[in-house]
Design a protein around this ligand. Structure first.
Ligand code: GLN
Length: 447
């Protein structure tokens, strides 16, 4: 703990942590030391973790990177966090992120941008940017992030670390501040696949506080990493051919596919027609869900309340106007629009139907293949400020990651070399619903 506290202090300019629990972490470390001596320590004893600022932890601030939750303290602990604590993990602090997990660059945080430790002029990715940089820069062993459309995998790719999004319903969302409830997943950001497997097996499984969590048995993922079986892999030809994807990323992805082929795996280019509709489907449904989820921030129950209000309506309006940043407002407006009476069928209902089609086509794909492989991002980490004026460009870059959330499948991003400037490149493995064991095992083989 002392080592990491020192690292956090010496790399404070990266802006990865918004709060550090110095005394508490040191005290917990002493308790865990005692347990280790007694032989009663849990299986995560000694693991130092950071929490994305969307995870509730009793008595600690949590504000989703937003002014609207200024000074709010969590009255309970997220199930995923509690399970880590129960196994003697030590929480060292909470980490910067895009406001309400909306973004791909961590530039939408009320705490200011996070800097990529590889090159501080570049973004770390988002929305779990602080969580990825904390692992990249050695400020903690592992972080918990949330992934609604790539927010664990994409920053992991930009920072050269491992980002794991479990199946929807594998890990309880209880205590996670909601962005889009039918997409949100809590996932670990780690240096290795082994650590991801260990953390996932501790966090996953049924929870009486979240009825969408599956009661399926949780395999001991970390003990199942050894297999070296031959697998069937599908990929989309465009992902290694399309010129809008950075040449070095295409090249690196191609090299992995070729290597796998040489090793005797089946590797085939496939066509999936519904993928062309992924981004509009994702952005229509998530903004709809966000507009509904964020209606609870009304200036009455949580955090920021405007001092300028003169009546109930101005209290709502002014508190929300002062509390929410531009991107969150943009998404609330979009979501409110697609849910409005005149447009509901044209946008929301249609997007739900497309979601079913994507799911069906993906399920069909997995009847013939074990894994779907793609790049994680079309470019490596870009320069801070480069895309802030053009939200559409930012949304388009989520093309590879949103698929897993639209269909609910697990997916993992692992490092796949760097570009000529030394910026990390990631590769993504997506597996069938609840196929975490095989996915982690294969990722371990690739890493
Ligand atoms: N970049 C995506 C978005 O802005 C994903 C965010 C996330 O997964 N929370 O919505």
């Amino acid at each position: 703990v002392s080592h990491y506290l020192h690292q956090i202090e010496s790399k404070a300019h990266l802006n990865a942590f918004v709060e550090v629990y110095q005394q508490e972490a040191l005290q917990k470390a002493a308790t865990v030391d005692e347990k280790i001596r007694e032989g009663t320590a849990g299986k995560l004893a000694g693991l130092i973790v950071g929490l994305k600022d969307v995870l509730s932890h009793t008595g600690h601030g949590v504000q989703a990177g937003s002014k609207i939750l200024h000074a709010y303290k969590a009255p309970f602990t997220a199930t995923a966090v509690q399970r880590l604590l129960d196994e003697d993990a030590i929480v060292i602090g909470r980490q910067n992120c895009d406001e309400f997990a909306m973004g791909s660059s961590n530039e939408n945080s009320s705490f200011g941008p996070v800097l990529n430790a590889q090159d501080i002029t570049k973004v770390p990715g988002g929305s779990s940017g602080g969580s990825a940089v904390a692992v990249q820069a050695g400020l903690c062993h592992a972080s918990l992030g949330s992934d609604t459309g790539g927010s664990v995998r994409q920053p992991a790719a930009f920072c050269g670390v491992v980002g794991t999004k479990p199946s929807y319903g594998r890990v309880s969302r209880w205590g996670l501040i909601a962005y889009a409830s039918s997409f949100d997943c809590i996932g670990p950001i780690t240096k290795s696949v082994e650590d991801a497997a260990l953390i996932l097996e501790v966090m996953a499984g049924a929870d009486e506080f979240d009825s969408t969590v599956s009661s399926r048995n949780v395999p001991a993922y970390s003990g199942l990493l050894g297999s070296e079986r031959k697998v069937r892999i599908g990929y989309i030809a465009e992902s290694i051919e399309n010129e809008s994807i950075a040449p070095e990323i295409r090249q690196r992805t191609k090299e992995v596919l070729e290597r796998l082929m040489e090793e005797g795996h089946v590797v085939e280019a496939v066509q999936m027609h519904t993928l062309a509709h992924l981004l509009p489907t994702y952005y229509i449904l998530t903004t709809a869900e966000a507009s509904s989820n964020l209606s609870r921030f009304d200036g009455v129950r949580y955090g920021h309340r405007s001092n300028e209000a003169v009546d109930l309506e101005s209290l709502y309006k002014k508190s929300r106007t002062e509390g929410f940043g531009d991107e969150v407002r943009r998404r609330i407006l979009l979501g409110t629009f697609v849910l409005s009476a005149n447009y509901y069928d044209a946008y929301y209902t249609k997007a739900q139907r497309v979601r079913s089609l994507v799911r069906a086509e993906t399920e069909k794909f997995f009847e013939n293949y074990d894994f779907f492989i793609s790049p994680v991002t079309p470019t490596t980490a870009f320069t801070i400020g480069e895309k802030t004026e053009d939200p559409l460009q930012m949304y388009l870059a989520d093309i590879f990651t949103v698929h897993a959330n639209v269909v609910g499948c697990p997916a993992i991003s692992i490092p796949n070399g760097t570009d000529r400037d030394g910026m990390p490149i990631g590769i993504q493995i997506m597996a069938p619903y609840f196929g975490e064991s095989d996915m982690l095992s294969f990722a371990r083989q690739l890493q």
